[in-house]
Design a protein around this ligand. Structure first.
Ligand code: TMP
Length: 254
């Protein structure tokens, strides 16, 4: 780690200069934060699990035609990604009421939504990531209208694919957050999925018990945070010791 130039350090990841121009190394830390850094902790082993889980999900998404920044996993905590210009918008897709949505609309957590709902939040720690509309995004040039069209279409496709994938391993994809970037390549610019997809930025509930298997265990002090992430990885079939016979839920999808 020491030999590389650090480009950016976030709450749960560090980005280092990559081995070739146009690449970065994304390092997953064990640090956990919630409520815009008000609550902090360390979840031992989380970085290793998130590196694996994001690798797996980004690879599956690429196979169905979703462009992503992911290139390949390098080791336990690092992956090689393409350098992109991050669009400063967090895209949240919700299938079931939970979290801030339940608070805002006074809806019980677990209430199904009439259809999937996409929300945008402006990435700004100072402002506390406020909810914004398409108007804000295009007026402030965070993304151009055609870019936002791509972002919406990709997010809905990702939701459909991941909802099915998780259902296949006994998990309900309640909601999740995505980030996108501009990839400059061959005199072209295109929107690609960036950042990570892990239980840090998803709500995943066990299909039978509704047990939370995501960062809400940390946010709400429910305990067994790393164990829940490990169970997600195990069900996805990406822990070395996991095999079909270990799975108690529906058959794993690979
Ligand atoms: P919320 O209900 O708190 O708005 O969160 C919706 C989803 O987005 C949830 O799966 C967690 C994820 N999320 C992040 O990844 N980062 C954030 O900063 C926030 C607020 C939520």
């Amino acid at each position: 780690m020491a030999r590389r130039r650090k480009i950016y350090e976030g709450k749960a990841k560090v980005l280092f200069e990559g081995p070739e121009p146009g690449t970065l190394v994304q390092y997953f830390k064990d640090d956990a934060t919630a409520f815009n850094n008000e609550k902090r902790g360390v979840v031992t082993g989380k970085g290793v699990l998130n590196n694996r889980i994001s690798e797996y999900l980004m690879t599956r998404l690429a196979e169905v035609g979703i462009p992503t920044h992911f290139v390949r996993r390098l080791n336990m905590r690092e992956q090689l990604v393409r350098e992109v210009e991050i669009i400063p918008v967090e895209v949240v897709v919700r299938n079931i009421a939970a979290g801030s949505f339940s608070k805002r609309f006074k809806m019980d957590e677990g209430a199904p939504l009439p259809r999937s709902i996409v929300e945008y939040y402006y990435k700004s720690d100072d402002l506390g990531d406020p909810l914004v509309t398409e108007e804000h995004i295009t007026a402030f040039s965070w993304a151009a209208p055609p870019e936002l069209d791509d972002i919406l279409a990709l997010s809905l496709r990702i939701n459909d694919f991941l909802s099915g994938l998780f259902l296949g391993v006994g998990l309900r994809l309640v909601d999740f957050k995505l980030e996108y970037g501009r990839l400059y390549a061959d005199d072209q610019v295109r929107i690609v999925l960036a950042d990570e997809i892990t239980p840090d930025g998803c709500r995943l509930w066990d299909i039978e018990t509704n047990e939370k298997m995501d960062k809400d265990r940390f946010r709400r002090d429910l305990g067994n945070v790393a164990e829940a992430y490990q169970e997600v990885a195990r069900r996805l079939g990406i822990l070395p010791e996991a095999g079909p016979r270990d799975l108690k839920g529906p058959a794993m999808m690979q």
